[in-house]
Design a protein around this ligand. Structure first.
Ligand code: HEC
Ligand code: HEC
Length: 332
């Protein structure tokens, strides 16, 4: 081989690696964090997380002793339920879709409208709500207190406090923070395995962060800005607007959901109105319905069918293999 040919080959090789090289800083923004953050007010201990897991799967925390948190946040469906809106204690559909508890440790606002500030405050809601589990917390304390093993267990995890409404939700929140989205093919690609995802998914990642402007809201490793936007989902629900009545843009705005393990979590949106990821893309290509509340970031995105398929392939690459979740054995 002549020197000139060798140089030509070298230039070709450099050119071929350019797209991967150009994506490097972008990819860095999506790298999984090494550790789960726990708040100082409720630090992690393995015993507390184990107790919280028991409570997450504890039917006696519901009035009729027939529902658990997992009834509506089922690990098989990305910690959601495969219905438009979850069915509660009255056997009637609730107003909203059950969002995932994956990555609770990184959430900044809780519920679709952000009305709870942390996982501890959030957990009180469903236990007490008559349409959800329908059990006043004082009653929950009494019920668990009647079970000797729970008394001992709480006594060990919360010395001097035992079973209280606060210790119940602290344990549940600690367990929830250990529920982290699975290591997906996308993560393997970010970590340097070029063969982990198909070419279509790599093109989709590029489009997601450029022409399609999805990263205006679905940003960072958890694919959310933790903010509220009206994206024009057809619905009568005012969402965040209830808490910001003066803010036009808050009307019909909902928290940007994470896209982690998204394939397991259909149907989509706060009202479960969108059945598939392709249908989600149809919504974004057309830009959603018009309203003064709609986010200015929402414009019709002119994507052709191949580009839509690329973005869907990218979203699929965010879904890992299902994690094995063992059921806790509860005290009698
Ligand atoms: C009857 C179904 C049902 C049960 C039971 C239930 N949830 Fe939920 N959960 C929902 C729905 C629906 C929402 C969204 C409500 C809203 O946004 O107004 C939600 C929201 C949440 C969120 C907020 C997630 C986010 O993205 O903001 C967390 C965390 C959560 N639930 C945890 C729990 C825990 C812990 C329990 C048990 C103590 C529980 N849920 C029981 C249906 C349920
Ligand atoms: C203006 C901010 C914004 C932009 C831009 C945006 N999204 Fe969203 N996305 C949201 C919000 C907010 C929701 C929830 C809306 C609702 O429930 O009504 C959502 C919902 C979704 C869902 C359903 C998730 C679930 O758990 O139900 C998917 C999938 C999705 N977006 C993908 C995308 C893709 C792909 C793009 C780019 C084509 C994009 N988004 C652009 C804010 C945005």
């Amino acid at each position: 081989m002549t020197f000139r040919n060798a140089c030509g080959l070298l230039v070709l090789a450099l050119l071929a690696s350019l797209p991967a090289f150009a994506q490097a800083p972008l990819k860095e923004q999506y790298r999984r964090p090494a550790e789960i953050p726990f708040p100082a007010a409720n630090p992690y201990t393995p015993e507390k997380a184990a107790l919280g897991k028991a409570l997450f799967f504890e039917p006696r925390l519901s009035g009729a002793q027939n529902m658990t948190c997992a009834t509506c946040h089922n690990p098989s469906f990305g910690w959601e339920v495969p219905v438009k809106t979850a069915i509660g204690a009255k056997n009637e559909p609730l107003g909203r879709q059950a969002p995932t508890v994956l990555n609770v440790a990184w959430m900044e606002h809780f519920f679709w409208d952000g009305r709870a500030p942390n996982a501890e405050a959030q957990a009180k809601g469903p236990i007490e709500a008559d349409v959800e589990m329908n059990l006043p917390l004082a009653e929950a304390v009494k019920r668990l207190g009647a079970i000797p093993e729970y008394r001992t267990w709480f006594g060990r995890v919360f010395p001097g406090e035992g079973i209280t409404p606060d210790s119940i939700v602290k344990a549940i929140a600690t367990f929830e923070r250990t529920v982290v989205a699975s290591y997906s093919p996308f993560d393997a690609w970010i970590d340097g395995d070029e063969n982990a995802i198909p070419a279509a998914a790599k093109r989709g990642f590029e489009l997601f962060n450029s022409k399609a402007k999805c990263n205006a809201c679905h940003t960072g490793w958890n694919f959310t800005d933790n903010r509220f936007h009206n994206i024009g989902t057809p619905s009568d629900d005012i969402g965040r607007g209830k808490y910001e009545p003066q803010n036009v843009k808050a009307q019909g705005a909902f928290k940007t959901p994470s896209l982690r393990d998204i394939e397991q979590r259909a149907p989509y949106m706060h009202n479960g109105s969108v059945a598939t990821l392709v249908d989600v893309m149809v919504h974004y290509v057309t830009g959603g319905g018009d309203s003064p509340s709609k986010s200015p970031l929402m414009q019709p995105v002119p994507l052709n069918a191949d580009e839509v398929n690329d973005i869907v392939a990218f979203m699929r690459s965010l879904t890992g293999s299902k994690q094995v979740v063992t059921l806790p054995i509860l005290p009698n």
